[in-house]
Write a protein that binds this ligand. Structure first.
Ligand code: FBP
Length: 566
């Protein structure tokens, strides 16, 4: 057996050993990352010095994973008023809906168990740290029993439907330690929801004799994980399903899941670039930079980047919605600031806006809702005239004021979960045009707007130390939950404000995070998106200072992610 407590308790406590492969394990040899020596298969011809350094980086491990432990119940969430949702997941609702976490076991208990086959899938958009989840899972599984096998499903959920896998070895996964991307397996946005796909997934799990399936995904993918867990239970499949909270958007969180992985890294990458643009603005003194930030519906990324960099304006969608502001009003407010600064001789500035803004501005939101209804009736998004003719007068007026290019962006196909593809709507350009127009009506204030979109470049950076450590712990948590026989549960690491060694490792039943939402014209149970809390501390801190930032340049340039030091 490899590094198990039973064999080697004093010398090598759980999960502190290096990754070892099965062959090397018996000899207690370390694998010196093959990627450092040879041309590798990870898509990089040559690794940079920093990549090599990151491969060698050792993440901190929560203490509870280093000692014998067991999973204990840890309270429950109020499920009153959730009857509709529980009724949709009858098999899951019969089980325990309690939160759980690892607690130190007494001397006689063992953490090891029989060998287990587990499958893992990366689902949805990339987020920094995904590879470390796989590594944490692998290491725990191998610790639990070296005969365990980890299958990686290729290219997202369709890999499960079509049973396309690769067996992951220590050799293979060690080439990706602490590096960004999802390219170890590839990702995809397919949904396993139709009866045919659910059956195909069950067949795959049976063929591979999977005791567990780990879904690394955002809110929709984790909703899907709960659907699968319920289906497997109801159909007598032995495969348990565990979710892992991933998304740079930061909108997959709850009182029990403090943050999704990838958020920290993305905000750091974007803040670096915003800081650079600020210095450029300050130097050239002639441009207004409109910077749209990825993050889907929620404005967490924009708020965090604003707090890091101090722009003239940062629009928070949730506030725009609460105040029922129209896009024209937003443009006017920006124009006011441009005009005021111009009077003071400051013909430059920085505006941050969340990519989901258009869904929250009430006139556009109403128009999008109408388009969704019209498309749900089977009207082709290419038939712009037909779609327009079916809108209310108010929405038609908004729609027809846009250029054909923008109209097409609003009509683009929804993603498989029914979401508007906000990443493709160039709201920053729309706003620049509107501000320009507004300023012309005011007698021509000097204004030159430059549009930026910071999106995909933040998803696959090398993960920050936080994300690298957090992801490894999430992977181990997923394995521990499977080892304890949990299903329909999301891995949850808490106490994140403390050093990683003190983090709590556990899980939360996914259905406890759900609500009912309209999708593709139908009410569906889905994980509730966590939007920015307008009464929360980050928003209050921003509110207290943002007026100062308008006229005074208080820019802050955080620079690149730091991997060393504090
Ligand atoms: P997830 O919700 O799957 O994590 O994806 C996040 C995200 O990066 C959004 O911020 C963005 O709007 C969207 O994916 C882009 O999707 P795609 O990768 O399909 O273009």
């Amino acid at each position: 057996m490899a590094d198990t407590l039973a064999n080697n308790a004093a010398a090598e406590p759980l999960l502190t050993a290096e990754i070892t492969d099965e062959r090397a394990a018996n000899k207690k040899m370390k694998i010196d990352h093959p990627a450092l020596e040879t041309s590798n298969t990870t898509g990089f011809g040559q690794l940079s010095e920093l990549q090599k350094d990151r491969l060698r980086h050792k993440v901190d491990i929560p203490d509870i994973l280093k000692v014998p432990h067991r999973l204990v119940d840890a309270g429950e969430r109020d499920m009153n008023n959730m009857g509709d949702i529980l009724a949709l997941f009858p098999s899951l609702s019969k089980g325990s809906l309690k939160l759980c976490h690892l607690s130190a076991a007494d001397g006689l208990e063992k953490t090891e168990g029989p060998p287990m086959n587990v499958g893992i899938v990366l689902s949805g958009g990339q987020a920094a740290g995904g590879h470390n989840v796989i590594i944490g899972l692998f290491r725990y599984l191998k610790y639990r029993h070296p005969g365990s096998t980890l299958y990686g499903f290729l290219n997202g959920p369709r890999g499960i439907i079509n049973n396309v896998t690769k067996v992951l070895t220590a050799d293979e996964i060690s080439k990706y330690a602490n590096l960004g991307g999802f390219h170890m397996l590839g990702s995809g946005r397919d949904k396993i929801e139709s009866p045919e796909h659910l059956k195909a997934a069950a067949d795959t799990c049976k063929a591979l004799d999977l005791g567990g399936l780990v879904v690394i995904g955002g809110d929709d993918s984790n909703t899907n994980a709960a659907v699968l867990a319920g289906y497997f239970l109801a159909s007598g499949s032995k495969t348990k399903v565990i979710g892992v909270p991933k998304t740079l958007d930061g909108d997959l969180k709850s009182p029990d899941v403090p943050i999704s992985f990838g958020f920290d890294t993305a905000c750091k990458v974007y803040s670096e670039v915003i800081g650079n643009i600020m210095v450029d603005a300050l130097s050239a003194k002639k441009y207004w930079h409109f910077i749209r930030l990825m993050g889907r519906a929620a404005s967490h990324v924009t708020l965090e980047c604003a707090l890091q960099t101090h722009p003239q304006i940062a629009l928070i969608s949730e506030e725009v919605a609460a105040k029922r502001v129209s896009l024209t009003d937003v443009a006017k407010q920006i124009a006011d600031c441009v005009a005021q600064r111009a009077e003071a001789g400051l013909n430059y500035g920085i505006v941050l806006l969340p990519e989901g803004l258009v869904e929250f501005v009430h006139d556009i939101a109403t128009m999008i809702a109408e388009i969704n209804d019209i498309l749900a009736k089977g009207v082709s998004p290419e038939d712009i005239g037909k779609v327009e003719s079916m809108m209310t007068d108010a929405s038609r007026a908004v729609f027809s004021s846009m250029s054909i290019g923008f109209q097409k962006q609003f009509l683009e196909d929804r993603d498989p979960h029914g979401n508007v593809q906000v990443a493709h709507i160039e709201c920053e350009k729309l706003l620049i045009g509107m501000v320009e127009h507004e300023l012309k009506t005011r007698g021509g204030v000097k204004f030159s707007g430059i549009a930026h979109y910071l999106g995909y470049e933040g998803r696959c950076s090398m993960p920050s130390n936080f994300d690298a450590t957090y992801c490894h712990a999430l992977g181990a948590a997923a394995a521990a939950l499977l080892g304890a026989g949990k299903t329909g549960v999301m891995a949850a690491i808490t106490d994140l404000e403390k050093p990683a060694t003190e983090w709590k490792v556990g899980g939360v039943p996914i259905v406890t995070m759900m609500n009912m939402e309209l999708r593709h014209g139908k009410q569906k149970a889905v994980i509730k998106k966590a939007l920015v809390d307008l009464d929360g501390e980050p928003m209050k801190a921003f509110e207290a200072i943002r007026e100062t930032w308008k006229m005074n340049d208080c820019y802050r340039s955080p620079g690149p992610i730091q991997f060393k030091g504090h």
